[in-house]
Design a protein around this ligand. Structure first.
Ligand SMILES: NC(=O)C1=CN([C@@H]2O[C@H](COP(=O)(O)OP(=O)(O)OC[C@H]3O[C@@H](n4cnc5c(N)ncnc54)[C@H](OP(=O)(O)O)[C@@H]3O)[C@@H](O)[C@H]2O)C=CC1
Ligand SMILES: CC(=O)C(=O)O
Ligand SMILES: [Mg+2]
Length: 635
């Protein structure tokens, strides 16, 4: 979908308003200040950027000065990746016993005789020199012997701390099997028990105690060339509620997917947990809880800490570091995105990443259901970050496809929250992100009533509450839809609105179904149904890679649409014939390269990319940028 700049500037969704600006408020060099001034002078009276090419060129120049001061391998755009993309022999700093204790360089028994000789390893290892593939095979044998998923998780975390390349090789080569361990659902249980299983810090902890010293905290992290930060304050971890400081498992898990699925090098990834306390009484009473033992700070105290953090991030890492907000409670999530969307490269995974993955699933599903997006009726259970984020992106796409005003495009999209259907008569008391969805309708209290009234073709669960798509609800969907599309997005598995088995059996095998956490295939009346996984993990790794490789300085809604289209384009006829609206995760690195390329192409088109010149073949370029977990030879 190619848009001209005028039509982009004309969009009026809340996303666009938040994220259209490209003027850095706190520029980190004089040259960037000059570029910012140029950007400011290129706005019309609505604040819309009119011509950004000049600005990005100047910013690119300014940024290249910053890059020159970074201790990276020489060679332009590829600098950030060179250390990992290179296949030739590499120098290695630690040696002897320290080399075996350094996860970034350790190879376990796979050090060659020559390397053992050159790096003071003689006698420190038994004689055998297995290949990396054999090491993976051995570890998979061990992991498969654990019956309890949390034990597998702990084994994987230990491996990551011991031998990083082996961790990623194993994760990439066995992605379908290992994703549910390092990610949802097991990561949810790990967060709940994080204090009890804590062994070593895996990211930065910034608590209220560090107020006034956040820059110093960032500088304590050993890696300097950071490209992606995933940050949480732990208040809405999956559908498990407030887990306080123990939410750290989520940034760690998300960033391991940035590397495994998106090819961003691990040393460029920084997990951060902001600890402002927790309102979870159970954790406050838990002797193993690792966070501040106080109730959550709110209001000015909260805002000031977050502002200090965002300012320090830009000061320390520059204009192009991507900050992914993850699992914040919705009032803070929307506010942070609005506040920093115009000054920082920020992205909210729960609002925007989820929106992109669901829109992609819908685009693919239309090939099975027929019609266009505008022909369908959507009903959501849950009107928070995920629900309203998805709803808004669907409306934006409908508006683009049909040229109808956004408000009009919203009319076929309905949301139910904990108080019932969102309708006009409730408007006054609604949170701001729900107001656009308050349509004209009688009050409706239950989901079943809403389903029977609205007769949606698509039912989407974003409530965080398990088994809320009851048999009656699903059967009602099947009574007026030949192929009811049912997306039970809440995580982890326990919070899924209905299971795959329920969706298929209650619709006599007619449902098209996907869930946020994976379900195994279902046998029903002699047929095998393979459910899809509708999770933002399809989107953020490729989107992040696209932003990084193009040096993009702001996220724009059109980049989300570009990511959705790229993902939908990877769904094959064979996938569709099997009722699947997402491609399998086994191909995820190829998929991520395509998403990255589409996102980068959009960023160049919008003039928001600063790495110039634009590579001709963006897919090939994305692939060439990707981190490879294969061992390097040490000279
Ligand atoms: N698959 C994926 O990729 C993703 C999945 N998710 C999942 O989505 C879920 C929700 O996340 P998020 O949107 O951020 O959470 P929010 O807290 O922002 O929103 C939850 C919404 O659900 C509503 N709700 C809660 N209980 C009920 C109920 N019993 N009946 C009807 N509505 C209810 C809330 O109502 P009210 O506003 O009245 O309180 C609120 O509108 C989580 O489980 C999360 O794991 C999130 C992001 C990505
Ligand atoms: C997947 C995800 O981001 C969530 O459930 O919050
Ligand atoms: Mg999340």
């Amino acid at each position: 979908m190619i848009q001209n700049k005028a039509s982009i500037a004309g969009l009026s969704s809340p996303f666009s308003d938040r994220q259209r600006g490209i003027v850095p408020k706190a520029p980190c060099s004089l040259k960037i200040k000059a570029a910012a001034a140029a950007a400011a002078s290129n706005r019309d009276r609505n604040g819309t950027v009119l011509a950004v090419e000049t600005v990005t060129k100047e910013m690119a120049e300014a940024e290249s000065l910053i890059d020159d001061s970074q201790p990276t391998v020489a060679g332009g755009i590829r600098d950030a990746y060179g250390e990992d993309a290179a296949t030739e022999d590499q120098p290695v700093t630690p040696c002897g016993y320290s080399l075996l204790r350094d996860p970034r360089h350790n190879k376990g028994l796979a050090f060659t005789d020559k390397e053992r000789d050159a790096h003071y390893l003689l006698g420190l290892l038994p004689p055998s020199v297995p290949s990396q593939e054999l090491q993976v095979k051995k570890l998979m044998n061990i992991i498969r012997q654990y019956q309890v998923p949390l034990q597998k998780y702990m084994y994987m975390m230990d491996l990551q701390e011991r031998n990083e390349r082996l961790f990623y090789k194993l994760l990439i080569d066995h992605v379908e099997e290992m994703l549910p361990i390092v990610y949802t659902p097991t990561v949810g249980e790990a967060c709940q028990k994080y204090g009890s299983i804590f062994s070593r810090p895996q990211g930065l902890y910034i608590s209220l105690k560090e107020k006034g010293r956040i820059l110093e905290v960032l500088r304590n992290w050993p890696e300097k060339n950071i490209q992606v930060i995933v940050v949480t304050d732990g208040q809405r971890i999956l559908g498990l509620g407030d887990l306080g400081c123990q939410g750290m498992g989520i940034p760690v898990g998300k960033l391991s997917l940035y590397t495994a699925l998106g090819g961003v090098r691990p040393s460029a990834c920084l997990p951060i947990t902001i600890d402002v306390g927790t309102n979870n009484e159970k954790l406050l009473d838990d002797e193993f809880y690792i966070g501040l033992r106080q109730r959550r700070a709110t209001g000015q105290e909260y805002d000031e800490l977050l502002h200090e953090f965002m300012t320090a991030v830009k000061q320390n890492y520059g204009e192009r570091v991507l900050v992914q907000f993850e699992d914040f409670a919705n009032h803070n999530a929307f506010d942070l995105l609005a506040k920093y969307g115009t000054t920082h490269l920020v992205f909210n995974d729960d609002i925007q990443g989820t929106a992109a993955v669901v829109l992609s699933g819908l685009m693919a599903a239309l090939k099975l259901l027929g019609g266009t997006l505008a022909d369908h009726r959507f009903l959501f259970l849950g009107a928070g970050e995920a629900g309203t984020g998805i709803a808004e992106l669907i409306a934006l796409e409908i508006s683009k496809q049909t040229q109808m005003p956004l408000d009009e495009a919203r009319k076929n999209i309905w949301l139910v929250d904990s108080k019932g259907l969102i309708v006009e008569s409730r408007k006054e008391s609604l949170q701001h992100f729900k107001k656009p969805w308050a349509h004209d309708h009688e009050p409706v209290e239950t989901l079943l009533e809403a389903v029977n009234d609205i007769k949606p073709t698509v039912l989407i669960g974003t409530s965080g509450v398990g088994r809320t798509f009851t048999q009656e609800v699903v059967e009602a969907m099947a009574s007026f839809n030949e192929k009811p599309l049912i997306l039970a997005l809440s995580n982890p598995t326990s919070q899924s609105e209905c299971t795959a088995e329920q969706a298929y059996t209650w619709t006599n095998g007619r449902a098209i179904y996907a869930s946020g956490s994976p379900f195994p295939p279902v046998e029903y009346e002699g047929q095998t149904y393979v459910p899809g996984q509708s999770n933002n993990a399809y989107i953020f790794p490729g989107l992040g890679l696209g932003l990084i490789m193009s040096g993009t300085i702001r996220v724009h809604d059109d980049m989300l649409l570009a990511a959705s289209e790229a993902l939908a384009a990877q769904v094959t006829q064979e996938n569709l014939d099997n009722g699947q609206i997402y491609p399998p995760f086994t191909n995820i690195r190829k998929i991520s390269a395509h998403i990255a390329a589409n996102v980068a192409a959009k960023a160049y088109e919008l003039g928001l990319a600063t790495r110039l010149p634009r590579p001709k073949d963006l897919v090939a370029y994305a692939e060439s940028c990707m981190y490879s977990p294969s061992y390097r030879n040490y000279r």
